[in-house]
Write a protein that binds this ligand. Structure first.
Ligand SMILES: Nc1nc2c(ncn2[C@@H]2O[C@H](COP(=O)(O)OP(=O)(O)OP(=O)(O)O)[C@@H](O)[C@H]2O)c(=O)[nH]1
Ligand SMILES: [Mg+2]
Length: 235
């Protein structure tokens, strides 16, 4: 029988030792990389990419701005449907890109023409199913609305990739608008609905859940490194 490659069973020590402060300092290096209306316009890349998905107005762009501690990196707006392209942001020091954040257009905004909606849903589905360097998906959900039909469709769509190990996190945004007991209820419901998946509360306004989300994103960078380069991780 062939010997199993010598892979670390638990996260490498370097990852365990990282503090939220370090993860946030790394996220602060974010800069605009590119924007694409269609999948084939995205650069081919081996760098781990973490996608932010969710209904229009859920708070994706605001979460990216909060996590990167930049006020206007991603375009956040009171008007739903503002993010209409896939916007990529590069992370890494000294001009070296070691991860990418992807801000995806929100779905479910009623005022968008049906044909545009369908085209976007197709682009997003293709992106989530085929992007080879996808290293994590953060689904943002306003807990006052809860996970809705399109969120469930998206969950079903990516379930096979999640079952194969693609990390997935639900961020319940705008937590500042809920009481403590409403927060607890929303959290347990989201965990139930994602069948025990990872979910946490997040508020850009109160900076709630920011450290944990930053550490989760940092972990995705490492996760791909250890999976793509097991021999490098064991030397
Ligand atoms: N109170 C509160 N409001 C928030 C929070 N996060 C986002 N918002 C508000 O929610 C609205 C929508 O936020 P965006 O970040 O633009 O939402 P989006 O998901 O990127 O929306 P699309 O680009 O349309 O898909 C804005 O008015 C934000 O100020 C939060 O944590 N607390
Ligand atoms: Mg947006």
């Amino acid at each position: 029988m062939r010997a199993m490659p010598d892979r670390p069973a638990s996260p490498p020590a370097a990852l365990a030792a990282v503090t939220a402060r370090q993860a946030l300092a790394w996220l602060h290096t974010a800069r605009f990389l590119t924007t694409a209306a269609q999948l084939h316009q995205l650069p081919v890349s081996a760098v781990p990419e973490i996608a932010f998905v969710g209904r229009s107005n859920a708070g994706k762009s605001t979460a990216i701005n909060t996590l990167t501690q930049q006020t206007q990196l991603a375009f956040a707006s009171k008007r739903p449907g503002r993010t209409q392209h896939i916007n990529l942001f590069a992370l890494g020091r000294q001009g070296v890109t070691d991860a990418v954040l992807a801000d995806l257009p929100g779905y479910g905004y009623a005022a968008v023409p049906q044909a545009d909606k369908q085209r976007w849903q197709r682009v997003m589905a293709d992106y989530l199913l085929t992007r080879p360097n996808l290293a994590g998906v953060v689904m943002l959900c306003d807990p006052r609305r809860g996970l809705q039909e399109l969120d469930h469709l998206l969950l079903e769509l990516i379930r096979p990739r999640v079952e194969q190990g693609l990390p997935f996190l639900v961020l319940l945004t705008k937590a500042d608008k809920l009481s403590r007991s409403e927060q607890a209820k929303a959290l347990s419901l989201a965990r139930l609905q994602t069948r025990g998946g990872q979910a946490q509360l997040f508020s850009a306004l109160k900076r709630q859940g920011v450290d944990a989300a930053a550490l989760w994103i940092w972990g995705r960078k490492h996760w791909v490194e250890t999976r793509l380069e097991p021999s490098a991780a064991s030397v």
